[in-house]
Design a protein around this ligand. Structure first.
Ligand SMILES: O=C(O)[C@@H](CO)OP(=O)(O)O
Length: 205
């Protein structure tokens, strides 16, 4: 059965202006080294510069993989929860989100799923090899794709965070639910480069 395998990574650590830092560059290079053993078909990245720069850095280790921007990977809030489904600690975050913004985020999230979170289709089974795509994107987009893979309620993207350049792998096969092979894996990073992108005071393992 042909598998479409997505390797999702949040961009490397960024500064207050959203630009990739030296730490972020090192993280991206280490992710590239890790992925060098995989026959990657393509590296897709968000249009935002921290993601584009991370993709270029990691792709130095994947010389055969084309690198291209995908608008669907841009950072956005994929779903604005109703007040009853909003955890109190998030309530302030959604203050001021109007209906138009919420609708625009919903449409972007749908486009993300339509483009990437799909099995190869029955015609591909046996006829085409497995595909391997790297998606360099943002925390909320990884959360949304994991939520989608689990068929969890839309509000459950909340609370799924990813470290910078941590790896999440999801497999898509025709006739099967998506399989989350790993989530937020940082084993390619030394201890001092892990957990960036998480709030201070949280888990550090
Ligand atoms: O701001 C954030 O927390 C996330 C949201 O997706 O963005 P980024 O991954 O670009 O840091």
């Amino acid at each position: 059965m042909t598998t479409r395998r997505l390797y999702l990574a949040r961009h490397g650590a960024a500064d207050a202006f959203g630009e990739l830092t030296d730490i972020g560059r090192r993280q991206a290079a280490l992710l590239g080294e890790r992925l060098a053993s995989v026959p990657i078909d393509a590296v897709w990245h968000s249009p935002l510069s921290r993601a584009a720069a991370s993709a270029r850095e990691l792709a130095r280790h994947l010389p055969d993989a084309p690198v291209a921007e995908a608008a669907e990977l841009v950072d956005h809030v994929p779903y604005v929860p109703a007040p009853a489904e909003t955890p109190p600690s998030w309530a302030g975050f959604f203050d001021g989100y109007d209906d138009a913004e919420a609708e625009s985020g919903r449409r972007r999230a749908e486009a993300l799923v339509t483009r990437f979170a799909q099995a190869p289709g029955p015609a591909a089974d046996g006829a085409r090899p497995d595909t391997h795509e790297v998606l360099v994107t943002h925390a909320y987009q990884i959360a949304w794709l994991v939520r989608h893979a689990l068929d969890a309620p839309p509000s459950r993207w909340l609370g799924l965070n990813s470290g910078n350049t941590a790896l999440t792998v999801i497999e898509y096969r025709t006739g099967l639910p998506p399989a989350i092979v790993m989530f937020n894996d940082m084993s390619h990073l030394p201890a001092d480069l892990r957990w960036t992108g998480f709030p201070a005071g949280g888990v550090r393992l």
